[in-house]
Design a protein around this ligand. Structure first.
Ligand code: CP
Length: 312
């Protein structure tokens, strides 16, 4: 196991300074441009993926990131295939994985579960999404994509649309973007899925950020630099009828894209269901697959940083 000077965990984007984020974005660009330079930096190391909830992008991009740096991967992709089914706690599980691996990425349906793991872990733990709380590595992908497309992370009007109540990607992105100057937020959601008041009060208001709440996407579109669409998440609803009523509340299509500026970009953490029509995919402003692409390089950069690696 790699001996670290400082054992660090990433539970939310606030665990990284803006200077570190900037450096990580520069590093991700270098990793993309010169893959051979980083191809062996993790030789002999292992990533453990502890995924108690389904994932395609997050888990596989973490795994790809470690493989691209010469390391290998162990782990499980559902609670059912682990000893969680026998009642093992996340704290014991991370102690066990800490005997085998150098770094861990954990996704869990319960808010705070990765934090519990981190509190006893001998290796860095990265939150790969915990319930409706935080998803910091999605935010790394989002920030990088915005910087690549707009050339900046300040002076932006960002529209966040869909499930703002349970949307962990939205909560993480807001907590990262409030640290940049002159970022304004337009919160687009039905009444039932509004941003929780703790995020409005403790994050937006406390950081003196301007925000407006609207219900109609058409009303917001003309003013935006970035539109961050999100899925109404079936798995977060207690009542199927509420989900069915909400699920198609927003559908972005090419006709609505006609209301947006030529330099407005559409991001989405994915998976999408119906909220972005496939006819938008061919629009040059559709950036959601570029987000997936950059997410892998940002996860490489994050693990490189937490493992205190250097290029030989
Ligand atoms: N964006 C995201 O978290 O996707 P997955 O659920 O597929 O990991």
């Amino acid at each position: 196991m790699q001996k670290l000077k400082h054992l660090r965990h990433v539970m939310s984007p606030l665990d990284l300074t803006t200077e570190e984020l900037d450096k990580m974005m520069d590093l991700a660009e270098d990793m993309e441009a010169k893959p051979e330079k980083y191809a062996h930096v993790c030789d002999g190391m292992k990533l453990a993926t502890l995924f108690y909830e389904p994932s395609t992008r997050t888990r596989l991009s973490f795994e790809t990131a470690m493989l691209n740096m010469g390391g290998s991967v162990i782990g499980f992709h559902s609670a059912d295939s682990s000893s969680a089914t026998k009642g093992e706690s996340v704290a014991d599980t991370i102690r066990v994985l800490g005997c085998f691996a150098d770094i861990a990425a954990m996704r869990h349906p319960k808010e705070g579960a990765p934090m519990v793991a981190a509190s006893v872990s001998p290796i860095p733990v990265i939150n790969g999404g915990d319930g409706g709380h935080q998803h910091p590595t999605q935010t790394l992908a989002d920030l990088m994509t915005i910087r690549k497309l707009k050339g900046r992370l300040n002076n932006l009007t960002v529209g966040l649309c869909g499930d703002l109540k349970f949307g962990r990607t939205v909560h993480s992105l807001i907590s990262a973007l409030v640290r940049y100057d002159n970022v304004k937020f337009v919160l687009i959601s039905p009444e039932e899925l509004r941003l929780p008041s703790y995020v409005k009060e403790d994050v937006l208001a406390k950081n003196h950020k301007e925000f407006t709440e609207v219900i109609r996407l058409e009303e917001a579109l003309p003013s935006l630099d970035i539109l961050y669409m999100t899925r109404v998440q079936k798995e977060r609803f207690f009542n199927e009828d509420d989900y069915v009523r909400m699920k198609d509340f927003y559908i972005l299509d090419e006709e609505k894209m006609g209301l947006a500026r030529d330099d407005m970009y559409v991001l989405h953490p994915l998976p999408r269901v119906n909220e972005i029509s496939v006819d938008v995919d061919a629009d040059p402003r559709a950036a959601y697959f570029r987000q997936v692409y950059w997410g892998m390089y940002m996860r490489m950069a994050l693990m490189f940083t937490l493992l205190e690696l250097e290029v030989k």
